[in-house]
Design a protein around this ligand. Structure first.
Ligand SMILES: Cc1cc2nc3c(=O)[nH]c(=O)nc-3n(C[C@H](O)[C@H](O)[C@H](O)COP(=O)(O)OP(=O)(O)OC[C@H]3O[C@@H](n4cnc5c(N)ncnc54)[C@H](O)[C@@H]3O)c2cc1C
Length: 470
């Protein structure tokens, strides 16, 4: 697909050392964090700046070569799997923090910067960037923006979308545009910044982003509430919010997840209870004290077995880190780990957790559930083995039913992981035919030759998971 002539042109743009079409090089970028998807690209390219990205895109547009922008490849929807071949575009040279503006409270970065590195830099200046995906030690800001990623602090502070205020984008024809600015107010034309957030590399390539910062909260407290009844834990989530308290973090782990997380992290998590809520509040000291006391009372009213406040920042950090390790811990159980992120209005959490357990029993599969309960964003996770075809078929049927249930309860098929290839067959469940048609027309307007991450978001077949191998 990439002829010798095109290869020469690409090498002229980035230099020989930044273009790799060796078998080993292509194999490395043939998959991402999503199980069961693999497909070889034709080449891998590493530009240094927006001008080079633009020149690459012009070549690809002229020759109809798919481009797959790739951060760290930690997405869980096969969003960077080169299902139609083409060129994987890396941002390893575009990973600088360009500016921290303490007057306007913004940070401007290149897309390849690692999320946690940026968070640490801004925190050193007493500033706060709240979106904290559990993968933040390795994920990039470009990936976070394109998946509109969330995290443990999403309940109170929102998700990546709420912090992106300006972008530099290379469009599919090679044009470089700038959207937004360091502005609190800006209604000049369509909100292209928002359109590109969560666009999964299908509309253009982000080469620079300006993100909003806020002052660092004064204090923070962390608490664990333990339950012998999953419904009681779910009811506590609804009650806390109904009592007009918005904690920073309100995370849920069921017993099987607790067990594997404790085996992995070994920090003394209770494993003899059916569910745990990890609750955090931040802000002025008095407010945090008042909220945590009220939250503890509400949890006890819902028959929590006990409520424990972390006695030191080290203990609190260990609890947060253990929660963030849930996927890695579950991944130790079986060769294949399928993690989903069906999301429901938070008032429906109890019903959804119950339904997940019933569906798992119906298809005789093991599903552990954890997630951002305050956001209604659950991660039913199935440790399985892709070589066991009978079991995989049952797992897929179970997840299809879980998505249907989530939509039936007013929810969605994905709260933060994106659609990619993996969820594309289910998108119609959420948007309907007309919704998909509207999105297709946006895609066609921005990318008429369908070179930007093709095969993602829009499914060839509806409602059926498609396993791709080349
Ligand atoms: C252990 C683990 C924990 C996770 N926890 C969370 C979590 O708590 N919350 C959450 O939301 N997600 C989570 N994820 C999913 C994943 O980490 C996020 O989606 C993350 O934002 C992906 O970042 P990345 O740099 O790896 O991007 P990639 O996976 O490389 O790319 C993601 C998407 O962005 C596109 N893209 C990347 N850079 C650009 C660019 N510059 N321009 C245009 N398109 C681009 C890609 O084409 C792709 O569609 C987790 C994943 C793992 C493995």
């Amino acid at each position: 697909m990439i002829t010798a002539h095109v290869k020469t042109k690409l090498i002229e743009i980035v230099g020989r050392e930044n273009y790799d079409d060796s078998e080993a090089g292509r194999l490395v970028y043939s998959y991402d964090a999503t199980p069961q998807f693999q497909s070889l690209p034709n080449g891998v390219i590493s530009p240094d700046n927006a001008k080079q990205v633009s020149d690459i895109v012009k070549v690809c547009n002229e020759h109809n070569i798919p481009i797959i922008p790739r951060g760290s490849g930690t997405n869980l929807c096969a969003g960077t799997c080169p299902t139609e071949g083409g060129l994987v575009l890396l941002f390893r040279h575009m990973n600088r923090i360009l500016e921290i503006d303490e007057e306007n409270l913004t940070v401007t970065v290149q897309p390849g910067v690692i999320t946690l590195d940026m968070i640490n830099e801004v925190e050193a200046k007493g500033l706060f960037y709240p979106p904290d995906p559990s993968s933040m030690k390795i994920s990039t800001i470009g990936g976070n923006i394109n998946e509109n990623s969330g995290g443990l602090r999403g309940l109170k502070y929102g998700v990546t979308r709420d912090y992106v205020i300006a972008l530099e984008i290379v469009l599919a024809n090679g044009d470089i545009i700038r959207t937004g600015g360091k502005l609190a107010k800006d209604v000049a034309g369509y909100d292209l910044t928002r359109l590109f957030v969560g666009s999964e590399g299908t509309l253009g390539i982000i080469t620079e982003a300006t993100l909003k910062l806020i002052p660092m909260p004064e204090t923070k407290k962390t608490m664990l509430a333990l339950y012998q009844d999953i419904d009681a834990a779910a009811r506590s989530v609804s009650n806390i919010i109904a009592n007009k308290i918005i904690p920073t973090t309100l995370e849920f782990l069921d017993q099987p997840t607790l067990q594997v997380v404790e085996d992995f992290a070994q920090i003394g998590l209770p494993t003899n209870v059916q569910a745990v809520l990890l609750i955090e509040q931040d802000g002025p000291e008095q407010v945090v004290e008042r909220d945590m006391q009220r939250i503890a009372e509400l949890c006890m009213l819902e028959q929590a077995v006990s409520v424990e406040v972390a006695q030191s920042e080290e203990h609190a950090m260990a609890l947060r880190t253990a929660r963030r390790a849930a996927l890695s811990a579950l991944a130790r159980l079986k060769p294949t780990t399928i993690l989903e992120d069906a999301t429901v209005p938070r008032s429906e959490i109890a019903k959804m957790v119950r339904s997940i357990n019933e569906i798992a029993a119906k298809y005789d599969v093991n599903i552990c559930t954890f997630g951002h309960a305050g956001d209604g964003n659950l991660h039913p996770t199935c440790p399985t083995d892709s070589r066991n075809h009978d079991e995989i078929e049952r797992v897929e049927k179970a997840f299809a039913e879980i998505f249907e249930k989530a939509v039936e309860l007013g929810g969605t098929i994905t709260g933060e992981h994106g659609v990619g290839v993996m969820k594309a067959p289910y998108l119609e469940l959420k948007l309907g035919e007309q919704g998909i048609a509207a999105m297709r027309s946006i895609k066609a307007a921005f990318d008429p030759n369908n070179i930007m991450n093709p095969g993602k978001v829009f499914a060839k077949e509806s409602r059926k998971r498609v396993v791709v191998t080349r």
